[in-house]
Design a protein around this ligand. Sequence first.
Ligand code: GTP
Ligand code: SPV
Ligand code: MN
Length: 582
Amino acid sequence: MTSKLSALQDWVDEVADHTQPNEIHWCNGSDAEFQQLVDEMTVSGTLSALNPETYPNCYLHLSDPSDVARVEHLTFVCTRKQEDAGPNNNWMDPAEARAKMDALFEGAMRGRTMYVIPYCMGPIDSPYARCGVEITDSPYVAVNMRLMTRMGSAALERIEREGKFVKGLHSTGDLDPERRFIMHFPDELSIMSVGSGYGGNALLGKKCHALRIASYQARNEGWLAEHMLIVGLESPNGSVHYLACAFPSACGKTNLAMLIPPHSMPGWKVWTLGDDIAWLHLDDSGRLRAINPESGYFGVVPGTNAKTNKNAFDMITHDTIFTNVARTADNEPWWEDKQTGEPAFDWQGREYDPQIGKAAHPNSRFTVAAKNNPSYSALADAPEGVPISAIVFGGRRARLAPLVYEAKNWQHGVMVGASVGSETTAAAIGEVGVVRRDPMAMKPFCGYNFADYWAHWMSFPDRTDKLPKIFHVNWFRQDQDGKFLWPGFGENLRVLRWIIDRCEGDIGAKETPIGFLPEDGGIDTAELDISDETMKELLRIDVERWRTENQHFGDYLDTFGDRVPEALRVEQQRLAQKLEKL
Ligand code: GTP
Ligand code: SPV
Ligand code: MN
């Protein structure tokens, strides 16, 4: 196959020339093609079929044990000027990065097939959608891209019509961590990734395109590309509110996006639009609207069970690719807290031995088409997206943040987002459980200087007076013994209901220095086994801790120097003064 778009055809020819693949396969996105790739990988051992009776069309992929998560220290944003990438990114001069990557790609696809994957991020006929082409030598990446994006002929047609696309070049390379890099060239709309076959490192439509490159474009064009789920909440009277929620990696987006209402909230319905990324635009009337650029989920497996996330649990019993989970003797996938079955083989294919470690890798994932989710919203395909009533930030904070609070206005909300901190998780290589600053849950994903990003957020009130309210939640507050105080999962809808009530102006709140908190009894705890003391603790503001936190946040802002927008400084200082007075 060839493309009539010379910019695409020339690039494919050039890459083939440089990387020397045996064959070139242009992906058309058909079911037949998907099956053919899966069958080939089953023969080569890249995939193994799981139990066809209980897990039909499910496959297991075990990655290299050194290649199990995103690698932030090997991820670079190569803007022309280092200041434009900011202290929040690793930076390399574009020419130097290019030369380094060209050397690593030379002959990298010898003996392999090169897949050319045209994809569209967002509904294919949406004015907000953007296209890209990923070239890869990994058939595992090709089938994952088929599930995660609108991939194939329709995307190619749009690309040929528009003439513009993001170029993503990927090779699994030799998986040597010394020769692993993920480079972004935002000025050229291009990405080069080598040496990893895993998740966000390799499925270039996801974090590389839809967040790092897109956030850079969004700033220049007046929109936002965010690490947010999108969920619709339908109350018993039939009104629906859409929320966009940003939590750091492995902090509950997938779970919240498809939660099942608790027994005590009959008549409520939850509609999933997206579980990881939202692109937000102001429409002609000044309302903020969201589309999900993805069409599938690459979700954390451990912890998924019939109680915590029944929608996901059911969804991943068929037509799912599992990566790095364990297996039972019956060849079913198994993971920690599945609450059924027993592991026989661990995520490295070894006989399971609890002495060696967990059966499934903590960052093991499922890849599945979004349409298989029982709570899938048909509006996920709406070209115009959905209007957003509230933006919600959150993170893992064992002691600090209360269960929920509301920002006083947009500018204060931007500070609430910018000051998100969270305990690190297994989604990225590195130490787990240490608090780090993760503004808007975008620390690993913002493709430019955070100071400019905050200024961009702060500019929205100049353009509209219809912005959504901003909130902060924390499902992860712990007691002295390290036990979570809040039951979480489906019960989180109780908190989201408070948020909706606040949006509709139906319910009062307590004003505090950090924002508006629920009044006593404001969060409905009917049928929940939770004491008044626990609710008090969940909503308690520990003034001393908040003072320290605010100071750390101020110090953090200092690392961005003069570029920090004045409006954000003002908010930080205003909070400092209010906390001082308490
Ligand atoms: P990424 O895909 O990495 O961006 O993660 P995510 O934000 O979508 O997180 P996900 O929903 O996959 O949850 C990650 C982990 O947190 C899983 O092990 C969940 O079981 C757990 N989790 C999710 N929601 C809750 C909650 O409300 N309370 C508690 N205690 N744990 C939760
Ligand atoms: C995350 O780490 O936030 C993920 C998984 O959603 S990955 O696709 O690897 O980025
Ligand atoms: Mn994510």
